[in-house]
Every structure is written in C-alpha cells, then in structure tokens.
Design a protein around this ligand. Structure first.
Ligand code: FAD
Ligand code: NA7
Length: 490
C-alpha cells in the first residue's frame, strides 16, 4: 500500500525552517521526525539543536551587538551624570561575554528539545541522506544507520560559511561559526567580506574595543541600497573601523609568535600585508546539499545542477513530487530566519491542513546590525529606478538628529532615512530605508504598512510620536529631485 508510510513527514535539518515545519505538521496530527546534525567547523566548533540562528547566527550576533552598544552607552552615560571611579578603564571581559552568550544559547537548545517533545516531534541526532524518493537514511553518532520511510520529505539543511581558496585560510581563519564561542579575545581582527555578516562582526568587535579591519572585494553590502551602504561605511570609519577597499587576501601564514600574517593584493595590483590576531572570513555561505545524495531521490540542484542550492515552485516543491525545501537552502530567496519559519509553517499547513496560502518572498523587511543599524523593506533606490525608470520614482529623504544623541554629543552625521515611492497619484511606497538607532524595531511596523499598500499621502497624514526617531518617517517632505538640503536646521 503506497500510503503505508512509517512517517507522514521527515524533515532533514533542525534549524529555523525545519523545526517550524515539523512542529506545525504535528499540530495537525502528522507523524513527524526531524534529523539534525552539526558537522564541527574546521576549528572544531560544534553546537546543539536549533540550527544557525540560535547557535551561530541571529541570536549570539544580536547579543554581541548589544554588548557593543552597551559599551557606547557606558561612555554616553557620563554626559548624563553617571560617574565611574575609573572611566578610562572600562573594558570588555571577552571570556565573560562568551560565557553569558553561550549560556543563553544552551538554554535555547534545551527549550527547543523540550518543545519538540511536548509537540510530539521525534528528534533524531543524525546526518540525513536520501536512499530514494521516500527513504531517508540517518547516520547516527555511533555511525549506525537508520532508514526512515516517509510520505513527504522536507529539506531544510541551511548553509555554512565558505572559505576562500587561498593558502592558510582554513587552517588559520575562523568564521561566524567560531566567533561567538571563541575561547580567547579576538584581538586585532581582519574581517574578509563586506556583506552584512562581515559588517556586523567588525562593528561589534570595534565597539568592544578591538582593532577591526574589513577587506572589501568589490562593493559594500551588495544587494542593499548603495547610498545607505556608503553611509554605513562612513559611519563605521568614523567609529574607527578600517576598510581595505578593492582588496583580496592572498594567504594567511602563522608566524612564530602565533599571530597571523595576511598578504593581500588590491585591484590596481598593489600588494600589501599586515599582521592580525584573528582572521574572520564572512564571504558568503554554501548550502549543505553535498551530503544529501540528492541523486538517489532524483532531486536536481538549481542552475541545472551547477548551484549548491535548490529550486522550488510556489509551493516549495522540488522537481520531485513528494520532496520540498525551505530556508537558506533555497535558490535566490532571502536567507533570513523569519522567512524560513514562515515558509516551513505554510508548507505544513498545505500538506496536512488543506490550506492553500503560499509563501510571499517579496517585501521582506530586514536589518543590518551595524553599529548604526540599518533597517529596510522593499526596493532600494537603484532597484526601483531599474524597475520603473527614474522619471517614475520619487525619493523623499532627510538627515535627522536623535534626541538622545544631543547630550553625549554623539555624531548624527549618518542618521538618515528615505522612502522610495512612485511619483504618480498618491505615491505608493516601494521601499523604506532607515539608518540609525533601533532601526529593526522601527522598520518592522512600517513593513506591515508597506505590505498593506502604504502611500506617501498616508505617511504624510500620519501623526508622529514625539520625541522618537520613528516619527521621522512622518516628517519626510524633501524630495531628492528638488535638490533641497535634507539636513535639519536644528
Ligand atoms: P539552519 O538554521 O542553518 O538549519 C539547518 C540545520 O540542518 C543545521 O542545524 C544543520 O547542521 C542541519 N543539517 C544540515 N545538513 C544536514 C543533514 N544532512 N542531516 C541532518 N541535519 C543537517 N537571519 C535573520 O533573520 N536575522 C539575523 O539577524 C540574522 N543574523 C545572522 C547572523 C549570522 C552570523 C548568520 C550566519 C546568519 C544570520 N541570519 C539571520 C540567517 C539565519 O540564521 C538563517 O536564515 C536561518 O538560520 C536559516 O534557517 P534554515 O532552517 O534554512 O537553516
Ligand atoms: P554575503 O552577503 O553573500 O556577502 C559576502 C561578502 O564577501 C561580499 O562582500 C562578497 O563580495 C565577499 N566575498 C565573496 N567571496 C569573496 C572572496 N573569495 N574573497 C573576498 N571577499 C569575498 O555573505 P554573508 O556571509 O555576509 O551572509 C550570507 C548570508 O547569510 C546573508 O545573505 C544573510 O542573510 C545570512 P562581492 O560583493 O561578492 O564582491
């Protein structure tokens, strides 16, 4: 009997997407197993259940960002009247920070396991691969294999950081997989890669008082609004982060004193070198599809098998009828936790509760937790222009001064926001961009507004909350086209 499967659903990968899908499926009475297995990083770092976000992504990253912001707050607080016995000697205790971060992560690992047990999801700590279209093999810790037979299979294996193909990178470098549990202070650090993970890591390290340099191959924050990327760069430079532009590393060598000699070359052919305590690669991530033996089930990778990612249709179905995929493993979809979770839940509801809603991957809000945070939703200025033409777009913008920055005389030079809208009619908003404190908190609500069809007419008619930084969105009057100065008078 074809319907006589051992499981209704087997999920390969116990991260954001896989766990959300598995738990939701169980709510509808499905019999579900989740496999999760973490291969240690080259440095030997490993972690528990829950995937990237919980262990080596969003959560520890946000905690380290917060640690860095608190350092700034300690500094600011003196202007507000706080006194310290030795204000010059305020410094971070890295080991204590890592202990606190890891304690939190471990508590989340624990809660995750309990939650799975409560919801009756079977958790198997094993590395999964396909035997065929309906059978997944779990390689358990003791190397024994267990075959799981399932009607549906969901691939939610996520990804891991890539290393460049240069001498010494893997032997001596680290990645975001290692930094949040590093057992010693990183010291002078070179961050290779100017995507959002590179910027965030360099940002929090500098904020904690470590010397930080970002090596940029081409541009900063590819895919994000480039005017804002430039402002983030300037703001980080102002805070003391060094940038090596249009430069690529050539080799990493360990010196006799244990420090790392990095040789690099820039696009104009100039060669250079410097010595660092830590080299962190943040050059993008590869999807973990190579262990899956996808060929046994007939699943084809994207770009005719050339990519490491998986293409799916609107229902997250791969080219094989009963096999689905969600999360970071997907080709050309946002690599974000809430995206993986939402897609996983909707998939379970369609499979087991006769629902039809499909995942909408457009206008997903996100935030780069650089020292001055950048929250955005919708189109960048350049992508709006590319899509609609310059004449059809109106950009409203302003620099602004957060009230809380005045007293400690913090730099307001890069506090900036803009909306990208259609020029005609009520001026439908296509994109919102905010650079400043608590940007993520601000953009989240505006994202719901944008999804609901926000126009500039509505925004201009919205009464602000004073004094907040979010109210700046209700005060945008100056268009770029007008050429008027967007800096505030007071
Ligand atoms: P993962 O969470 O990666 O889970 C996949 C799991 O499957 C892993 O545990 C993996 O070990 C396991 N696995 C892989 N292969 C197998 C196999 N064959 N068998 C069994 N198990 C397997 N997103 C945000 O939204 N906000 C942020 O602020 C943010 N910050 C980030 C910061 C960093 C440093 C990083 C690296 C990522 C960040 N992300 C952030 C991205 C976010 O972590 C990912 O989008 C999210 O974790 C993807 O979920 P997933 O379920 O696709 O995969
Ligand atoms: P991203 O966002 O893909 O950025 C990678 C960065 O690394 C980017 O600046 C790249 O420059 C640079 N890069 C890529 N390859 C190299 C090599 N070989 N040498 C030097 N620099 C390189 O990756 P992240 O790690 O920041 O984040 C990955 C995803 O995880 C992200 O989408 C989040 O959602 C979670 P380029 O612009 O290609 O020249």
């Amino acid at each position: 009997n074809q319907e006589n499967y051992e499981y209704d659903l087997v999920v390969i990968g116990g991260g954001s997407g896989g766990l959300a899908c598995a738990k939701e499926a169980c709510q509808f009475g499905a019999k579900v197993a989740v496999l999760d297995f973490v291969t240690p990083s080259p440095l030997g770092t490993k972690w528990g259940l829950g995937g990237t976000c919980v262990n080596v992504g969003c959560i520890p990253k946000k905690l380290m960002h917060q640690a860095s912001l608190l350092g700034e707050a300690i500094h600011d607080s003196q202007a507000y009247g706080w006194t310290f016995s030795d204000p010059e000697n305020v410094k971070i205790d890295w080991e204590k920070l890592v202990e606190s971060v890891q304690n939190h992560v471990k508590s989340v690992n624990w809660v995750t396991r309990v939650d799975l047990r409560d919801k009756k999801v079977e958790y198997i700590n094993g590395l999964g691969y396909f035997k065929d279209q309906h059978n997944v093999v779990a390689v358990l810790k003791n190397k024994t294999e267990r075959v799981l037979n399932a009607k549906y299979i969901a691939i939610a294996v996520g990804g891991r950081p890539r290393y460049p193909n240069i001498p010494g990178a893997i032997e001596h470098g680290i990645t975001s997989d290692d930094i949040f549990s590093l057992d010693h202070a990183p010291g002078k650090t070179l961050v290779v890669g100017a995507g959002y993970i590179g910027l965030e890591c360099a940002g929090f390290l500098k904020g904690m008082g470590f010397d930080a340099t970002i090596m940029v191959r081409s541009i900063v924050l590819r895919g994000f609004d480039q005017q804002i990327a430039e402002l983030i760069t300037q703001s980080m430079q102002e805070k003391g982060v060094n940038f090596l532009f249009k430069t690529q590393p050539q080799s990493v060598e360990k010196q006799a004193d244990g420090r790392l000699l990095v040789k690099y070359r820039s696009d104009d052919g100039a060669e250079g070198s410097d010595v660092y305590d830590t080299v962190l690669f943040a050059i993008g991530r590869k999807a973990l599809t190579s262990d899956l033996k996808l060929e046994n089930a007939g699943v084809v990778l994207a770009e005719n098998g050339k990519s490491d990612k998986i293409d799916v249709d609107l229902t997250e179905k791969t080219n094989v009828d009963n096999i689905f995929a969600v999360g970071d493993v997907l080709h050309k979809k946002p690599e974000l936790t809430p995206v993986a979770i939402h897609a996983g839940r909707l998939l379970a509801r369609r499979l087991f509760n006769n629902e039809v809603q499909i995942m909408d991957y457009t206008d997903v809000a996100t935030t780069v937790f650089s020292p001055l945070e950048y929250g955005c939703v919708g189109l960048s200025e350049e992508s709006a222009i590319a899509k609609y033409g310059e004449d059809a777009i109106e950009v409203y913008h302003a620099y602004y001064k957060p009230t809380e920055f005045f007293v400690p005389q913090r730099s307001v030079r890069h506090c900036y926001l803009k909306t990208v809208a259609l020029r005609d009619g009520d001026q439908k908003v296509l994109g919102l961009h905010f650079l400043g404190p608590v940007a993520g908190e601000i953009i989240q609500g505006f994202a719901a507004a944008l999804k609901s069809g926000l126009t500039m007419k509505i925004l201009k008619n919205t009464v602000g909350i004073h004094p907040t930084v979010a109210e700046e969105f209700t005060r945008l009057l100056i268009t770029k086209r007008s050429g008027l100065d967007p800096t505030p008078a007071t």
